[in-house]
Design a protein around this ligand. Sequence first.
Ligand code: NAD
Length: 295
Amino acid sequence: MNKVGFIGVGTMGCPMAANILSKGNDLNFYDPYVQEDNRSKLLNLGGKYCTSIKELLNDRDFVITMLPNGNNVKEVCFGDNGLLKQSKKDYNYIDMSTILPADSISINKEFESQNIKMFDAPVARLVNNAIDGTLLILVGGDKNKFDTIKPLLETMGSDVVYCGNNGSGSKMKIINNYMSIVSNIVTAETLTLVEKSGIDLDLAIKLLTTTAAGKGHLNVSYPMKVLKNDVSAGFKNTLALKDLRLALAQGSIDGIDLNTGKSAIKSYEEADKTNYKDLDWTSMFNFIKEKNNLI
Ligand code: NAD
């Protein structure tokens, strides 16, 4: 049985703390702004509500934070009554909030200076996964100590993945979110274009999910080409540029602002002025890396 202190029991933290409790662990929780239904849910499961970080920390082996942003995490760590102001130092600290990787790294340095092991372990997936205990948990920190925290994290997630040194969990989380948050907009723009075109939405979705558009480039085009170091043209960049221009022209006729497409076309237009013009469209991976001095 682990003795856990959980700080921040909101939308995600409450079901995560509930899963820790329901798997037979002992849990203290602290959240000065806690919603009453979350508080009573955790009390009913046997959790102990604490009114200070000092009280929460008491005899804990693990402390977890699940807070909205980096400033909240810093306040809990460095504030006047925060974690690092307490005399107790023999615990593992796991921050599961989504924060800037640079913040994860700098916060870790402070914990390291007090000989407290810290990990960043933000979560991917949605609130229903927090409830079911099927989160994807991305861990950064000392690899040799990963096994110390893994069983506890497995009470909350079905996939607990070590990503690298401190900050790596936060980096992987931001990378995942960048792709999914941007592709959310291109998905919304695409389906708006469908509705305006008069094509049946269900039919369009069925078709889109059979191509790279809906299956995703990481499933379809990249593994066959650029990730195999083959950028010989299947579908040339210059043709992709032509087709993107067609879509933007259609959007303009339909009065739909295709902002993601307008941003993406800049890269295709730049590539079209170079020898990337006649290479496979997946070579845009190399083009972007080249622009950023990575090759
Ligand atoms: P939330 O706002 O619902 O919950 C945050 C909790 O932290 C609240 O109960 C709040 O009272 C508490 N809190 C704020 N400041 C505090 C402090 N100083 N001390 C103690 N408690 C404090 O947020 P959430 O949706 O649970 O998200 C938490 C983190 O998880 C965020 O970083 C978010 O980006 C990330 N996340 C959220 C989701 C989601 O679907 N909601 C999914 C993945 C990751």
